[in-house]
Ligand binder design. Structure first.
Ligand code: FRU
Length: 497
């Protein structure tokens, strides 16, 4: 059966702005029943331009209501990336009556005559659940005398020392600062020289503890690295594990060597985590910008450009003597899953026959496959196209092949195969594949390997099929869930998109 695929690439359960350009997620904070998602936004154009903070809220991380722009450029410059926190104890003095939100962001100013760039850190606060914002009159609150790239402050409350801690990108390193009140900052330490990847400028860091199964916690640092024309991968996210003593981050031995990537796809950048998730929830929730600076300004969407990844929960696991980050889509997603197919012990051709009757654009495939065979799921397929999520048994690799996934010619580095090794599997390989019109997110082996890739099907599609050379039952189990049911993204006017 064929489905007329409209040129609508907008995902149903991924956030995208109603119109115009979006990049990094900013100011993610949970407050009074709402998850806030601010974002780098150019409200007057389809490409990157003078940055504002756009704003959306959600109660379930899947249905987003876009609100008016929260922060606009002012005499100090445009509004680059940053974070937001709840000032529970009125450390700032902004909130005499009840706790409110403080945004800590970078002001970016380019002098028109010389082109000289200045980046410094500023505050804004809101007393009405993020609906309106006041800029702090003492802005900027933090400058650096030598770094030109000095941006993307991520702030958290550090209970043991009753202090705020800021991690901020400083060109090719990150710096840590401390403050009692968010207004006065003292330098604490610098990290990064000789560590991880320096293929691009360091941006959008985050630092947080994650509980371990053995009790206690381990610190994780996330650092995005910008595009470098010489690296085909473009912009991507690396992470480090280690200890933080309130001043200094000390990496584990393994974190000192080669970079470790948070995602093996091309489209997960500038991701950071939510602040102020209540203790009784206890999760560390992450979202990234689902694009890549290599081609972000060229992607073939109409009316809007840019989407976020699915929100994910981060966890740590010890494996072969090292700590590694694992990711899973947030559990809220299971509440909107509508099962449309369930098979077990089946062959590729039998599965394909059953899948051919489905016409889904926004769905999840949950499969367990036998790793003795090569196997691939062809997604969003047209007569001569389809993205493939597969397992290569000779190389023990999971991959997404988007070489023939539809429109790929807007940048020479867009088409290609993106893979990740998965060794040490003892049973069938578990794969969760989230598809939402123009995105594919693969969570392999319970989130130990993640691949996030955009795709742009060119027209008519016929859905999903399974390819395998073997006639054996290559699939232990296969479930498909429709994810479009029950989700609607609400726009600024309250109308359904
Ligand atoms: C990362 C980034 C940040 C900066 C913002 C500007 O994608 O370059 O470092 O604050 O985008 O929009």
């Amino acid at each position: 059966m064929t489905t007329m695929h409209t040129q609508n690439y907008r995902g149903t359960y991924h956030f995208s702005p109603r119109e115009n350009w979006m990049n990094d997620p900013n100011g993610m904070v949970y407050f009074q029943g709402e998850y806030h998602l601010f974002f780098q936004y150019h409200p007057f154009g389809m490409t990157w331009g003078p940055m504002h903070w756009g704003h959306a809220v959600s109660k379930d991380l899947l249905t987003w209501e876009e609100l008016p722009v929260a922060l606009e450029p002012d005499e100090h410059g445009t509004i680059f990336s940053g974070s937001a926190v709840v000032d529970w104890n009125n450390t700032t003095g902004f909130f005499e009556e009840e706790p409110g939100l403080v945004a800590i962001f970078t002001h970016h100013k380019e002098l028109p005559d010389t082109g000289k760039v200045t980046q410094y850190q500023s505050l804004a606060f809101s007393k009405d659940k993020g609906r309106t914002w006041m800029k702090y009159e003492g802005n900027p609150v933090l400058r650096h005398e030598s770094y030109v790239d000095f941006r993307d402050p991520k702030v958290f409350w550090h209970e043991p020392f009753s202090q705020w801690v800021m991690i901020i990108a400083c060109g090719q390193t990150v710096c840590l600062y401390r403050s009692p009140n968010l207004k006065e900052w003292t330098f604490a330490s610098e990290f990064g020289q000789g560590m991880g990847s320096h293929d691009g400028v360091w941006e959008c860091p985050d630092l947080f503890p994650l509980p371990t199964k053995a009790g206690g916690s381990k610190w994780v640092m996330i650092v995005s690295i910008g595009d470098n024309p010489e690296c085909v991968e473009g912009s991507r996210i690396q992470y480090f594990t280690g200890e933080f003593d309130g001043e200094r981050f000390v990496p584990d031995a393994r974190s000192k060597g080669e970079a470790r990537w948070l995602d093996y796809g091309r489209d997960n950048y500038a991701g950071v985590t939510w602040s102020d998730i209540p203790d009784e929830d206890g999760r560390r929730l992450f979202i990234g910008w689902m694009s890549n600076w290599k081609y972000a300004n060229l992607t073939p969407t109409e009316g809007y450009r840019g989407a976020m990844t699915a929100p994910r929960e981060l966890q740590l696991e010890q494996w072969n003597g090292e700590w590694r980050l694992i990711q899973q889509p947030v559990r809220e997603i299971t509440k909107v899953q509508k099962e449309v197919l369930s098979l077990s012990q089946t062959t590729a051709s039998e599965a394909s026959a059953k899948l051919s009757s489905l016409q889904l654009e926004s769905y999840e495939i949950h499969a367990r496959i036998y790793t003795a065979h090569d196997i691939g799921f062809r997604l969003q397929t047209g007569s001569d196209e389809g993205a493939i999520v597969g397992w290569n048994r000779t190389e023990a690799k999971v991959y997404v092949d988007r070489s023939r996934s539809g429109i790929t010619n807007f940048h020479p580095d867009f088409p290609g195969v993106h893979s990740a090794s998965l060794t040490g599997l003892t049973g069938p390989l578990e794969l969760r594949i989230l598809v939402d019109r123009s995105s594919v997110e693969v969570f392999a082996d319970e989130g130990r390997v993640v691949i996030t890739d955009l795709i742009y099907p060119s027209g008519v599609t016929t859905g999903v099929s399974v390819i395998a050379e073997s006639e054996q039952p290559v699939i232990e189990s296969l479930a498909v869930y429709d994810l479009s049911a029950g989700i609607q993204t609400v726009s600024m006017t309250g109308k359904e998109k």
